[in-house]
Every structure is written in C-alpha cells, then in structure tokens.
Design a protein around this ligand. Sequence first.
Ligand code: CP
Length: 320
Amino acid sequence: MINQRRADGTLRHLTTLEGLRRDEIEGLLQRAGAYVCAPGKLPPQNQNLAGFTIGNLFTEPSTRTRVSFELAGRRLGADVVNLEVQLSSQAKGETMLDTVHTLESLHFDVFVIRDSQPGVVAHVARNVMPHVSVLSAGEAHVSHPTQGLLDALTVRQFKGERFDRLTIAIVGDIRHSRVARSAYEVFTGLGVGELRLIAPPGLMPPEGEFPNGQRFTSPEAGLPGADVVMMLRIQKERMAAADIPDGDDYFARYGLTPDRLKLAKPDAIVMHPQPMNRGIEIDSSVADGPQSVIRTQVSNGVAVRMAVLEAVALSGSRSK
Ligand code: CP
C-alpha cells in the first residue's frame, strides 16, 4: 500500500480506503452531503478548483464513475479532460506512467485512473510530481474507493449515522469485486454492527480477506435481519469462461426476488453499484421497487467525487 498522505498528514491521493481514519471518512461524507442535490434542482457549483486541470484516464469501461468524476470537476470550476485511452498513444505501447508524465508537462494536477491491472494506480501515484494527486476510479478487483464512499453516504442518508446498529449484507460475486472490498473498508471503518457476505463458495473471497465478515452460502441463511442488502454483479471479465455460473441457475439460488427480499427487515434498502444484470443477480421489480436506492447511489457519486477532489487538491501545495 502506498502512503496516501502528504508530510503534513493531509490526504494527497485516494487509491484505497484502507488506512483512512474514521474522522477522515466522516469528514468526506459530511462535505459530500453539502453537495447532494435532489433530482430536478440545479446542482451546486462553485469555483473552488478553478485553474486546476483533471485528467480522466480509463482503460476499462465506465458510465457512472467517469461521468460523475467529469461533472464533479466541472462543477468545482476545474478543467476536465477525458483521455480516450484507446485513441491515445497507449494504443502504440506507451505506458500509463508515460502518458501521465506527458500530461504533467501540460499542467495536469489530478489524475483519475481506472485500470484492470492491480498496482497500476499506486505505481502512478508513487511516481508523479509532488503537487500532483492520483485518485482510483476502480482498480481491478482490488478497490473502488469513491464507490465505497458513495455507498456509505447512501446508507447514512437512509439509515442514519449509527452504523453500529446496522446489519449489512453483501450478496453475489464478492471474490472478484472491488466494490465489495471498498464497501468492507468503509463500513468497518464506520463501525458497522454486522457485515455479512453471501455468495456461492466459488465466489467467496479467499480466507483471510474480509476478516470481520460473517460468511453465508445462501441468501436464506444470510438475509434475515439485514438493514441493507447490497447486490453485486458477476464479474465475468475477471473469470475463466468455465467458472462463469449459469445465469438461470444463479438467479434461482442467489437472485434478489421480491420473496427473498422479504427475508430482510421490512424497511431494508436495496443497493447495487451497477451495471446491473437484471434477471441474474436482481429481479427488475426489486431493482425498480420502493426499497431500491440504486438511483440515489448514482446521484451521490457526483457529490462524493466533488468532496474527494476538493480534499486532495485544496490541501496541496498548488492551492490558491
Ligand atoms: N459503479 C461503477 O463503477 O459503475 P461504472 O463501471 O459505470 O463506472
């Protein structure tokens, strides 16, 4: 793990939520809360990052993370450049770090990186200029820190700040999920009462990971009493073809149907980071139903990313 802080202790990079103190997580959520905006209202905007340049470098597909980082930067007054990596010189063999060094010469201050290879984001963070910050927008199966923060913000909005009173169930392909790993970091960081991992044996994370998580191999065993049900997509892109479960069989045993949801508390909320596979991990009537907070998660993504961009950029030596 890299040192994400500057010498004065302020946050410079965000490549993982591991090691963040509870007061730092709560500070980011507090700040993000000020940027939350109800649908139909004009979103908050300011010029706090005017003069800063942010580069979005995504080598894996993304809708939510990329668009919300772009909106977050623009709503803070920054210049935002989305590099089309497939059209960049990386297609000719240039490394991510060489791309970043090139953009540093063009006065970029913050890099937002999504990459399928573990370690690339940290490697870049270790090798950028001292005033530059690096944010993970999703690293392989390893971490997705801003997703973890937006998930925590969403839980807080619907269930309050007392995470110690909550039982949170994460269901599905936990083994290959960066979302689950960052959710684990943020929920345990906030003192969650009970964290349950529900997955078929082949999709459970290796022993030793998620040490405070209780493991269940069926929703019928793991869902009763849950306040929050977080569903995950099967990450086919991180599996050998032979290991990909049959969709119908998986839905029959693990899919969140209205009847299965009744096993959780009556006021349980349903989360999903998206993209969703309707009819595989979640029934459409649940995804679009009254207990679903999936669209709120997406909205909160912009607020959280505004808070994170401000935190890393404004505490640095290039601040105004
Ligand atoms: N939740 C999430 O990371 O979505 P995208 O892949 O669309 O960014």
